[in-house]
Ligand binder design. Sequence first.
Ligand code: ADP
Length: 247
Amino acid sequence: MIEFFGVSKRYPGGGTALEDVSFRIPAGQFAYLKGPSGAGKSTLLRLIFRELTPSAGRIVVNGRNVTALPDRQVPYLRRTIGIVFQDYCLIGRKTVFENVSYLPRILGMPMSERRRLARLTLGRVGLEHRLDSFPHELAGGEQQRVAIARALINEPELLVADEPTGNLDPGLSEEILRLFVEIHRRGTTILLATHDPNIVHRPGDRILVLEQGRLVRDRWLAGTDGATGTRAAGRPPAGAASVPEGT
Ligand code: ADP
């Protein structure tokens, strides 16, 4: 669950990246954060996992007041959030297994248990056979799937992704988006930033649009279209057909 209350962010010496942004994403929602390059999407995501702190306003993520969180508590916040970046951010000299099981290792999980968990999680992205490969041996789409497995290994409540298909061609982008849909189906809340205009949304999706740091649109495809996005979360009807944004 993510709540923003009147959040603004100004970079030192820079302009205003976010201006008075308020919204609430309830647990279980699939939310897209859209808007042109420079609109403030990355800034908003980095505020969620406390890579940045806001200049004004308050942020609550998975029940924690992120704004007031002492630095020593930040790792605990991040264990509840899976994070996926556009450029995968895998460590080149480490195997897929080592990349994926970084967090279980620092949490002290024994090697045999880590192997089992890594194989299981890589299975969710269709790459269990790549456990001992190095990132450079994988195609771009596969590298992103490894990065998604790394984000999922701790069963996070929330998955945050910043342009996860930005480096992929359309076919592979679709494949990665299907993976996010599957992860969402299993109960994970998702916030996915993208400026890809070709995404086909499904009933139940939430669409937040930023322009020049302001939240200019907040649309929930189950039936509401309001600026406040206050309608309670719900699941899309079973078997509902895909609908393009704007319907
Ligand atoms: P988006 O992810 O939508 O492309 P960003 O959040 O990266 O947008 O950027 C929003 C605005 O903040 C842009 O005007 C950008 O130039 C500015 N910005 C981003 N990072 C910094 C920074 N570290 N220092 C100064 N300005 C920044």
